[in-house]
Design a protein around this ligand. Structure first.
Ligand code: G3H
Ligand code: 13P
Ligand code: ZN
Length: 316
């Protein structure tokens, strides 16, 4: 059942974080839905601009609609990840999305406000909520690359002003994470003081954490042992998801870790079976492994076993 992102946030706020997972194809969709049923968790399906172009946006929507029929128990929202203004309007008008993200964080503050305000107006008119971004994460996002030196943490007083001026419904804040597999060279903690600073000034406002993959070292080791050449880096400590959630981080975005599962499964499969050329056997292993991976993440986010309570609260 597709619900609004606001409904998911209302149930989760301060207790657990809703996992937001990027999908591109049917195998990921199957693993995602199965994993969320396994852990009895709600979830957010994230669709990036790149995912919309990978096959065809209608193909991806059809896969999601079908997954909803295959797994009638699932409760989820559909969200545009890192949208530009034009893509936001396309999604708002499609009637399929629960929420959109307008990412104008690379523009100066005033321009970010101006663009976000326009998207909020269009989205609210159709009942969708809007995630906006302030501050700059490091890493690579589709066509934009920000090196660590240029990333900057969100300032809580600016966040308050931004939320008041734009009317956005949730805020992607830069709290020390970055996108992709190359995050930190050594252990690094989240900037809890930034989360607390925002929550203090804007109580009960959902904060979104991007770049939340943990880049498990065992996964990287296995990929490299099967012919990969991934560099060494670590991601977000999974034990910090829940403390962040308790402080107001309501949506946690994870994509890279799922890509690592895919890469590991396929590299090991074809290494061990060099005469194989049917893509279904590794595809089946991937769906199983991806489901387990999703269930594990949901547990770490504190959202394991919450589905029946959410269902009850939705029917009240
Ligand atoms: O933050 C971006 C997400 O990982 C989506 O990646 O734009 O390559 O689909 P993508
Ligand atoms: P990761 O690259 O850490 O998985 O972050 C994904 C993300 O933020 C999608 O918006
Ligand atoms: Zn992101």
């Amino acid at each position: 059942m597709i619900v609004t992102t606001a409904q998911l946030f209302k149930h989760a706020y301060g207790k657990y974080a809703v996992g937001a997972y990027n999908i591109n194809n049917a195998e990921q969709a199957m693993g995602l839905f199965r994993g969320c049923i396994q852990s009895q968790s709600p979830f957010i399906i994230q669709i990036s601009k790149g995912a919309r172009k990978y096959t065809d946006k209608r193909m991806l929507e059809a896969i999601i609609r079908s997954a909803g029929e295959v797994f009638p128990e699932a409760i989820y929202a559909v969200h545009l990840d890192h949208g530009d203004e034009e893509t936001c309007y396309d999604c708002i008008n499609s009637g399929f999305y629960s929420s959109v993200m307008i990412d104008a964080s690379h523009d100066p503050f005033e321009k970010n406000v101006e663009i976000t305000k326009r998207v909020v107006k269009a989205a609210h008119a159709k009942g969708l909520s809007v995630e906006a971004e302030l501050g700059m994460l490091g890493g690579v996002e589709e066509d934009i690359s920000v090196d660590e030196g240029n990333s900057c943490l969100t300032k809580p007083d600016e966040a308050k002003l931004f939320i008041e001026q734009t009317g956005c419904d949730s805020l992607a804040a830069a709290i020390g994470t970055s996108h992709g597999a190359y995050k930190f060279s050594g252990h690094q903690s989240l900037h809890f003081e930034v989360i607390e600073g925002i929550t203090k000034l804007v109580p009960n406002f959902p904060i979104v954490m991007h770049g939340s993959s943990s880049v498990p070292q065992e996964e990287v080791r296995r990929i490299n042992a099967a012919g990969g050449k991934l560099g060494s880096a670590v991601g977000v400590d999974e034990n910090e998801y829940l403390p962040a959630a308790k402080r107001g981080v309501t949506k946690i975005n994870i994509d890279t870790d799922g890509r690592l599962v895919w890469t590991r499964v396929h590299r090991e499969f074809f290494r061990d079976k060099p005469t194989e050329f049917d893509f279904r056997p590794p595809g089946k292993i991937f769906m199983d492994e991806y489901a387990n991976f999703i269930a594990h993440k949901n547990k770490m986010l504190g959202g394991e076993g919450v589905l029946s309570d959410l269902r009850k609260s939705l029917t009240k």
